[in-house]
Design a protein around this ligand. Structure first.
Ligand code: PGA
Length: 249
């Protein structure tokens, strides 16, 4: 039985003060939510404020990226051990915005994922096709490449720490959600690729989240699909009541 994970990706939003205020309002609304794991990934600088605000609660904090070296002359990067030392437990890796704006590739995704696991973080590795890839019938080829290039090189023990997030790029921040059936088809395909690389047991165990315009009013339909093991939520995770209602779908 895969326990759902509901993860909020705050992207480039909220100050430390706004982070504290969010948790004051959010935590009571999810304190009784035992049906799923809950994660929130704020910008790096607000991870300590989030960890402090969420201490002792059922909400785990994560980063939105992680570098593959532990330390060194890498201006602007943050490493896995640094995140871990701040109290983070999750790390989003390979988000489509990283791929689109910051040159992330399947190779760097794999390096970051390996580093996150080595640091004791749980990676949430994002895959997903762009609109023109879907329209030209290349969705499965793209997903297969992303799984092969970003994940297939992990050890079996490493892969056991991974959560995959399927986020069709055309659905992110656009208000266009994949239908539950479209998402489930992609999830089935990804799970099949995982089976090819890591075997049937690993494929049955890995959680695959859906992301892309998940809102309080569409989460139920998505979560009704047995293939969908949770959500990675951007915009709608910024409002405590909205994200709580997604968590408590
Ligand atoms: P969205 O973002 O929910 O705002 O579409 C999802 C994501 O990018 O993880």
């Amino acid at each position: 039985m895969r326990k759902p994970l509901m993860a909020g990706n705050w992207k480039l939003f909220k100050t430390a003060a706004e982070t504290k205020d969010y948790f004051t309002r959010f935590l009571p609304m999810v304190a009784g939510s035992r049906h799923c794991e809950i994660a929130i990934c704020p910008p790096f600088v607000n991870i300590p404020a989030a960890v402090e605000a969420a201490a002792g609660s059922n909400v785990g904090i994560g980063g939105q990226n992680v570098f593959w070296e532990n330390q060194g002359a890498f201006t602007g990067e943050v490493s896995g051990p640094m995140l871990k030392a701040c109290g983070a437990v999750w790390a989003i890796i390979g988000h489509s915005e990283r791929r689109q704006y910051f040159g992330e590739t399947d190779e760097t995704v794999q390096r970051r994922t390996v580093a996150a696991i080595a640091a004791g973080l749980r990676p949430i590795v994002c895959v997903g096709e762009k609109l023109e890839e879907r329209e030209s019938g290349r969705t499965e080829a793209v997903l297969a490449d992303q799984v092969a290039g970003g994940l297939a090189g992990l050890s079996a023990a490493g892969f056991a720490q991974v959560v995959i997030a399927y986020e069709p790029v055309w659905a992110i921040g656009t208000g266009k959600t994949a239908t539950p059936e479209m998402a489930a088809d992609a999830h089935r395909f990804i799970r099949g690729r995982v089976a090819g690389h890591f075997g049937a047991a690993a494929a049955a165990a890995v959680r695959i989240l859906y992301g892309g315009s998940v809102k309080p009013d569409n989460v139920k339909g998505l979560m009704a699909q047995p293939e969908i093991d949770g959500a990675l939520v951007g915009g709608a995770s910024l409002d405590p009541a909205g994200f709580a209602s997604i968590v408590n779908f």
